[in-house]
Design a protein around this ligand. Structure first.
Ligand code: 6GU
Length: 242
């Protein structure tokens, strides 16, 4: 069963772009996922295939017309059960939990806006989920679409191999990851922490857990508070991993 990505964009040649490389590229070739791209320009109006217009109420920029976006959404054929998403800095922040939800579903339909945005009425009419990838503004939804798709595709069965369990990595348990080291054991006078060379797997797991907690506390007080809250009923060690 192929995981189905459908992207509606004014820049169809951008896709699959970086996702045609490396692990996601191989998975695409192997039919683990598909990337159907729909050119919004084809639904534009008049001789110039116009897709946008000036905002009611005035102000800077252009807004994508609801009739144009509607025509495109009506035409694309996707399974009923896929998530329909509009990528926008006004959306709810995307989390690893969302990614796991999308990746375990049948696929996603992604509407990429350009200009100032898309007319609100068509977003409501199709009840699109509105999702943002962070608190900064991109010039369009396409790069956000790459981010969302990359994060999903790497979780699809067979894509990542067993390099790393997706259970162990950052955010899966709500903490940032512990630091990594490889050879040489001493580099520019700095040793790899002794415990990691000890062969004591229990001690290594405990050290990594402590490091994960420490770095989360320092860099992400928001994640740390949430983690404390979730684990406050865990007796003695809060170490649940390893
Ligand atoms: Cl999803 N789109 C755009 N244009 N800018 C963003 C974003 C999305 N997420 C954060 N900034």
């Amino acid at each position: 069963m192929t995981w189905q990505a459908t992207v509606l964009t004014l820049f169809p040649t951008m896709f699959p772009g970086p996702l045609g490389q490396s692990l996601s590229g191989r998975a695409l070739k192997n039919g683990v996922w598909s990337c159907q791209v729909e050119d919004l320009r084809l639904y534009g109006l008049g001789a110039h295939r116009s897709v946008d217009d000036t905002p009611f109420g005035g102000g800077a920029g252009m807004v994508m017309r609801p009739d144009v976006v509607d025509a495109a959404l009506k035409t694309v054929s996707v399974k009923d059960e896929i998530s329909r998403i509009y990528l926008t800095p006004r959306g709810r922040p995307l989390t690893q939990q969302d990614i796991q939800h999308y990746a375990t579903g049948a696929g996603v339909l992604l509407l990429c806006g350009r200009f100032e945005g898309v007319d609100e009425r068509v977003l409501e009419a199709y009840n699109l989920e509105q999702v943002s990838i962070g608190d900064y503004v991109l010039s369009g939804g396409e790069i956000a679409a790459f981010v969302l798709l990359d994060a999903c595709v790497r979780l699809l069965p067979g894509v990542m191999g067993c390099e790393k369990s997706s259970v162990e990595e950052s955010f899966a348990q709500g903490l940032l990851e512990y630091p990594h080291y490889t050879r040489p054991a001493q580099w520019k006078g700095q040793w790899v922490p002794e415990v990691l060379r000890s062969g004591n797997h229990e001690a290594i797991a405990a050290w990594r857990q402590a490091q994960a907690e420490k770095v989360t506390q320092i860099r992400r007080p928001d994640l740390w508070s949430a983690w404390i809250e979730r684990n406050k009923n865990e007796p003695i060690s809060m170490c649940k991993s390893a």
